[in-house]
Design a protein around this ligand. Structure first.
Ligand SMILES: [Zn+2]
Length: 339
């Protein structure tokens, strides 16, 4: 998902508050929106309706989102890093001055439209809007244009959480701080940490995540590729130990073929064998050719693929363990019954 303007976060407020990268400027469009409405007053003798038209000049949806985010009471169902589980997290909100509550700036009502009149209304709405944005910023964010949103989890401990936002001189919203950190809110690695033998892998996944939260997508890709290569190499070492692979052929093969060789010998899952070309291809392309923005955009999907590979690796290992243990038990029973 690409976030180009503030209203793109509609329905994803918690993500913006707790998981969206810091120092990323988000556009708050300040152009005016209009909405037309036609009112039928009655019908003349020929059955033709007499109509009254209204053109509403409205605050932009980005500004409406901003007002709602800062002012309205909120209840997010999200992961609390202190509780280590998902639960409602609340924001108390603050009172919005009555004159800013209505998003309608002005209404042009007419039976027969006149261009000049329309332009007058439009101009006056623009002036009002600019004034309103300025006053709102002064009132809610102060002259530093900074607001700290304080939140609280709903456990008996009432953990305190906060996010700091700034509105820049070019009218963009930027998150400049938060506590707990973006990494603390990411609980997806906890499961793997318990089972992965190579602790470096979880460390590298964490590094990838840190770079991503600072919008350094190329660097994040590099870590993901290292993990991918490491997993392939680890699997190869295992196959070598069990004398199930042609070492020389493996060493000179391209990554794609390497994965194929491992799959044919039952060391990697069908899924990994299938997605390997895409994953490795995209990661390599990211490092050499893609822009920082493109890498940021595709990072989540690539990371998900790596996590799935890790998950399958853990599952395969557990299954292998179970197979060996069961075979041993069966052997014992067999020996006992043959006595
Ligand atoms: Zn909590």
């Amino acid at each position: 998902m690409q976030y180009e303007r503030l209203s793109d976060f509609s329905g994803k407020g918690s993500y913006l508050l707790f998981s969206f990268p810091l120092y990323t400027k988000i556009k708050i469009d300040s152009s005016i929106e209009t909405k037309n409405e036609t009112e039928i007053l009655g019908y003349n003798e020929e059955g033709v309706p007499d109509t009254l038209n209204h053109i509403y000049f409205l605050e932009n949806k980005d500004f409406r989102f901003l007002k709602n985010m800062f002012m309205e009471e909120k209840n997010f169902f999200y992961y609390c890093p202190f509780c280590n589980k998902e639960l409602p997290i609340i924001y108390k909100g603050q009172e919005l001055k009555i004159e800013y509550q209505d998003p309608i700036l002005t209404t042009y009502t007419f039976m027969y439209s006149m261009t000049e009149e329309y332009e007058d209304y439009e101009e006056s709405a623009s002036e009002d809007y600019a004034k309103r944005i300025n006053e709102f910023n002064n009132h809610v964010l102060g002259d530093k244009r900074v607001l700290q949103m304080n939140l609280e989890c709903t456990s008996k401990y009432k953990h305190k959480l906060y996010t700091i936002f700034q509105i820049t001189d070019d009218n963009k919203l930027m998150k400049t701080g938060q506590y707990p950190s973006i990494l603390d809110f990411d609980n997806s690695l906890k499961e793997y940490k318990k089972v992965l033998k190579d602790k470096n892998i979880t460390k590298e996944l964490t590094n990838a995540e840190i770079l991503k939260t600072h919008n350094m997508g190329v660097g994040a890709f590099l870590y993901l590729r290292r993990i991918f290569e490491k997993l392939i190499f680890e699997t190869f070492e295992q196959a070598k130990l069990e004398n199930n692979i042609d070492e020389l052929a493996f060493k000179i093969a391209k990554t794609e073929t390497k994965v194929k060789m491992l799959f044919e010998n039952g060391y990697v899952s069908r899924y990994l064998a299938e997605i390997n070309t895409f994953v490795y291809g995209i990661l390599s392309k990211g490092i050499h050719e893609l822009s920082e923005d493109e890498c940021n955009l595709h990072y989540d999907t690539l990371r998900e693929a790596i996590l799935l590979i890790l998950e399958e690796k853990v599952e395969m290992e557990q299954k292998e363990k179970l197979k060996k243990a069961t075979k041993k038990e069966l052997n014992k029973i067999h020996t006992k019954l043959s006595e």
